[in-house]
Design a protein around this ligand. Sequence first.
Ligand SMILES: [Zn+2]
Length: 92
Amino acid sequence: MGFKANARKHQKKSGEESKKTSPKAKEGVLSCGIKSCDGFADKNMGGRSLSIDNAVETWGDSGYTERKGRVRVCKPCYKVWKKDNKSDMDPY
Ligand SMILES: [Zn+2]
């Protein structure tokens, strides 16, 4: 009377929610070079690297940390910089 089919359905569902880490808690390796920011500048997280000149223009002389002549910035910071330098069009 459909009893067996129901039991099987039940078994199939278990074991899918075993992961405890939430997908939101993404952690990077490279920290953002902007001092007032604690984001991550990893490439797979949308990070970019700006030249020192570019960073100075937006964050000032001491608002960033340089790394090998470049400033690694996270995605939000890159957007801030891009807004500041409206040289190319951005659909956002
Ligand atoms: Zn940042």
